[in-house]
Write a new protein. Structure first.
Length: 133
């Protein structure tokens, strides 16, 4: 495990089920479906019911928000068992970073764990019983 200097670096933690990464197989329709659906969390953060639904459906534990206003938007094509990722485009967020983070701050399904400027980490607070339903 890495040593972390307090107040200088994000405290170390392990994570699973990364939903937005380019190091995935482009031909995995299950991962494509997960990415396509979970991207809605970042594209419409004001839709708290949808965010809560996706957190439960995909068993999401943490959400990371970067400070960059430009993000990678994945483009998908339908397949028999989901979606296959085919290309990416770059898009700008519709809101400035403070407006964007406010959506996540006010989300009843999230708890702020860490913030530095316009970057933040949120822990989901939906209990396990609700996640499995």
């Amino acid at each position: 495990s890495e040593m972390c200097i307090r107040d200088s670096f994000l405290p170390c933690f392990a994570s699973k089920k990364i939903i937005n990464t380019v190091a995935i197989s482009q031909d995995n329709p299950f991962i494509g479906l997960r990415m396509k659906e979970c991207n809605q969390i970042f594209e419409d953060p004001s839709n708290y019911n949808l965010v809560g639904y996706l957190i439960r459906k995909w068993n999401i534990s943490y959400i990371f928000i970067s400070s960059d206003s430009l993000y990678v938007h994945h483009n998908f094509i339908p397949s028999d068992s989901g979606y296959i990722w085919r290309s990416v485009t770059f898009k700008y967020r519709r809101w400035n970073c403070h407006e964007y983070l406010k959506f996540f701050d006010l989300n009843p399904y999230l708890k702020l764990v860490y913030r530095d400027g316009c970057s933040a980490v949120y822990k989901t607070i939906i209990n396990k019983e609700k996640r499995n339903s």
